[in-house]
Design a protein around this ligand. Structure first.
Ligand code: SAH
Length: 242
């Protein structure tokens, strides 16, 4: 795919999905990101999505669905960012946000760090570590929003995320078609960990062939302090989910 063709398809996909059309700086950044991802994926397993059109819709556009809900000036932790989704598209399109990309896999964070430097994204920093590790809390600081895509079922994600959020903060979980089911399953965990009334937004992600996939964006405010003792060790969380 040429850069011109890419630019046309990127714009089409953003507009179809009701996102603001990318400007020339953003388009140039996404072009570099596409190439970095494709090249690095040849030597390292970063993503199963390899077709440019699919990378545009399922990584770039998908990462930005609902991002208008994140208020300007927020410090946003991407919990389990993998190859940088949603954090890299967010950092490109929202220079008003401070982004922290966290993942437990060092080689994925090395990719995100290298790519952020190449894209001169001064609003993104990276951390290698596990969200439930007490030693990581200080490095993370105080994010007021936590975003997370495809990391863990919602009840488990809540246990990883709420202890890191201040009261008044927001958990923004990016889920697929089964979001509603996960939300029901997590209702006890949400209450116990200090979460308030969740908002579920159902969205359609429109693909390049005009078919669509269902997405569930779940927004949960933190309204009370999380009791001590959370998060529990990861093995316990998995064995005895809240
Ligand atoms: N958010 C990315 C990656 C999803 S794969 C995307 O949507 O494309 C899940 C990622 O979460 C993996 O890279 C894994 O290393 C990371 N992860 C899982 N549990 C974690 C934890 N407890 N703390 C930090 N990272 C975690």
């Amino acid at each position: 795919m040429t850069e011109t063709e890419f630019s046309r398809r990127l714009s089409d996909s953003f507009v179809k999905n009701s996102l603001p059309e990318p400007d020339s700086r953003e388009t140039a950044a996404f072009w570099i990101l596409l190439n970095e991802l494709t090249e690095t994926n040849k030597v390292m397993n970063l993503t199963a999505i390899t077709e440019p059109d699919e990378i545009i819709s399922k990584h770039f556009v998908d990462s930005l669905l609902g991002s208008e809900e994140i208020s300007s000036g927020s410090t946003v932790l991407d919990l389990g960012c993998g190859a940088g989704f949603p954090s890299l598209p967010l950092a490109i399109c929202r220079p008003d946000l401070s982004i922290i990309s966290l993942d437990s896999t060092a080689k994925k964070i090395a990719f995100v760090q290298k790519t952020a430097e190449k894209l001169q994204l001064s609003n993104l920093k990276t951390i290698v570590g596990r969200a439930e590790d007490p030693a990581i809390k200080e490095a993370i600081g105080k994010p007021n929003v936590i975003v997370s895509r495809a990391v863990a079922r919602l009840n488990l994600l809540c246990e990883l995320a709420f202890p890191l959020l201040p009261v008044g903060g927001l958990l923004f979980a990016m889920k697929g078609a089964k979001g509603e089911e996960e939300l029901e399953e997590a209702s006890k965990a949400i209450k116990l960990l200090g979460g308030g009334e969740p908002i579920l937004q159902k969205r359609s992600l429109i693909l390049s062939n005009d078919t669509s996939e269902e997405r569930s964006l779940i927004l949960i405010p933190k309204i009370k302090a999380t009791p001590s003792g959370y998060p529990r060790p990861f093995a316990t969380m998995r064995k005895k989910p809240l």
